[in-house]
Design a protein around this ligand. Structure first.
Ligand code: MV4
Length: 501
């Protein structure tokens, strides 16, 4: 096993990696920006070093400084987490060239999966189903028009260098294509410094389902089942779960073996994710993510495996100790990403000091967090405060536990997304597993914080009853109705400053 690891990240994922490393007796080295000097990842690491001011470009993105710290303090390996430098092939290469161990796939694997047309070529060659369309960038509007006829409208223009939805344009017919082509090229150039675009058939209401894979340096690759990640907004996932409510054992086998073939085609080492679009019973390769993902805990809960521990073992050269047939999925897990955003005002980022924090616990509940009471939330970093994850014997139990855990969670001082998540847990399509990437746009009522007509009716009735009770028995209105912590009645609790429901 490695003796030490530098964690080139912050927030909940840095804490998660430190936890995994500590359990294996691996010395942990944190790096931090000036305002993060008291952050949980700094407090929980064995050592911590400041790498610059608040701006990510001056701190967590400074690969040169991070490698220098690793050398200076004798850290053997670098774990990039997700975001920041995690999928920069050039940084992975610099780490390798510095004689340090990169916790992730080789830099060449990261580079070839970062190029979306190259990824499609390699997946096609490996027999992994891809969305019908081109596997090379298209050279001009004329060629694009010709290709679109072959693919069939509607088509989707995508950036070849891209990912994340930038430079993407849906086109319904040839008349729309020239304008969309120019726009996609311009956006691709702006976002990736490369204006190459290509065409795919446009799927109008797919699910986003991804397969977790794990490979070692001895050529073994296994898959760890799927995650359903359809509930998202503007390419930010909001709720993830495993297993998917629509994946049968047969489909899981087909998608899983396709993902393993995908990984083997690029000699994959470490933890990775193969993303698919799923529509009308068919699945198509979308992208390969060459990192540990935010939503990895749902896979951990249903497989019983510690993915961070396996990343560290694999990076140490250990072989996987189990085979595909040993992977058993048990129960159901759901994750809600708790962010400092106001879901009822367009997910507007909220800043301030977390002045109060009550975390849920109890059966089947896990909190992967990166904050503490007193933590300053700024606009310098992504708004993820922590992830609430529940596990149950089946999907119903996981949902009930999530609803209960969200009721227990109290974050004071900043707005959070928790009330949105609580609404999702009660929503009929979610409860029925009826999901697609359009779920949020198809449920605008979930973004409406104002009370519904029915809720207003109940509030008015309650107020009337309270007035009558107060008139007849002043004592009755002060008894409280079952909140053991505060002794407040439920209506008092509803208006209490800590209540963010
Ligand atoms: C698609 C698609 C429909 N058809 N490709 C969005 C980001 C990029 N990674 C791929 N994306 C999509 N590709 C075809 N041929 C719809 C999306 C898409 C999407 C995919 C996964 C999760 C959320 C999404 C939200 C909007 C669009």
């Amino acid at each position: 096993m490695l003796s030490s690891v530098l964690v080139a990240n912050r927030g909940e994922i840095a804490v998660r990696i430190i936890r995994g490393a500590r359990e294996l007796g691996v010395r942990t080295v944190a790096v931090y920006s000036e305002p993060d000097r008291l952050a949980p990842h700094v407090m929980e690491a064995d050592e911590a070093y400041c790498i610059g001011p608040a701006a990510s470009s001056e701190s967590y993105l400074r690969g040169d400084r991070i490698i220098q710290v690793a050398r200076d303090v004798g850290a053997e390996a670098i774990h990039p987490g997700y975001g920041f430098l995690a999928e920069r092939a050039s940084f992975a290469r610099e780490v390798e060239e510095a004689g340090l161990i990169w916790i992730g796939p080789r830099s060449g694997t990261i580079a070839s999966m970062g190029d979306k047309t190259e990824a499609r070529q390699r997946m096609k060659a490996a027999g992994v189903p891809i969305v019908p369309g081109l596997v090379e960038p298209v050279v001009g509007v004329e060629a694009a028009l010709e290709a679109a006829v072959g693919i069939g409208y509607p088509v989707l223009l995508k950036a070849a260098a891209g990912g994340g939805g930038k430079g993407m344009r849906a086109v319904n017919g040839p008349d729309e294509l020239p304008r969309a082509f120019e726009a996609a090229q311009r956006e691709a150039l702006g976002a990736f410094g490369d204006d190459a675009v290509y065409l795919e058939r446009y799927l109008d209401r797919p699910r986003h389902i991804e397969i977790q894979i794990l490979g070692d340096t001895h050529g073994n690759v296994v898959h760890l089942g799927e995650r359903e990640c359809s509930i998202q907004r503007r390419h930010q996932k909001l709720v993830e779960e495993s297993p998917s409510p629509v994946i049968t054992p047969e489909l899981r086998h087909a998608m899983g073996t396709a993902a393993v073939r995908a990984a083997q085609a690029v000699d994959y080492v470490g933890a990775g994710t193969v993303e698919f679009l799923f529509q009308d019973g068919d699945f198509f390769f979308l992208e390969m993510n060459t990192r540990l993902q935010v939503e990895h805990p749902v896979t951990e809960l249903v497989t019983g495996l510690d993915l961070v521990a396996w990343q560290l073992r694999v990076a140490s050269g250990e072989a996987l100790s189990f085979e595909q047939e040993d992977v058993a999925l048990s129960g159901h897990a759901i994750e809600c990403r708790i962010t400092s955003e106001d879901p009822f005002h367009g997910f507007l980022p909220s800043t301030g000091v977390v002045d109060h924090l009550d975390l849920p616990a109890g059966p089947g509940v896990r909190w992967d967090g990166g904050i503490h009471a007193g933590f300053p939330v700024s606009l310098h970093y992504d708004p993820l405060l922590g992830k609430l994850i529940t596990h149950g014997k089946d999907r119903g139990e996981a949902i009930r536990r999530m609803a209960r855990a969200l009721d227990e969670l109290v974050v004071g001082g900043v707005e959070t997304s928790a009330a949105f998540h609580r609404g999702v847990m009660d929503e009929e399509d979610f409860r029925g597993g009826n999901l697609s990437i359009r779920y949020v746009e198809e449920h605008p009522e979930l973004l409406d914080g104002a009370p519904s007509r029915e809720e207003l009716r109940v509030i008015a009735l309650t107020a009337t009853l309270l007035e009558r009770l107060r008139a007849s028995s002043p004592q009755a209105t002060r008894m409280g109705t079952g909140d053991g912590r505060t002794g407040l009645s439920s209506w008092q609790r509803a208006v209490h400053p800590w209540s963010r429901r």
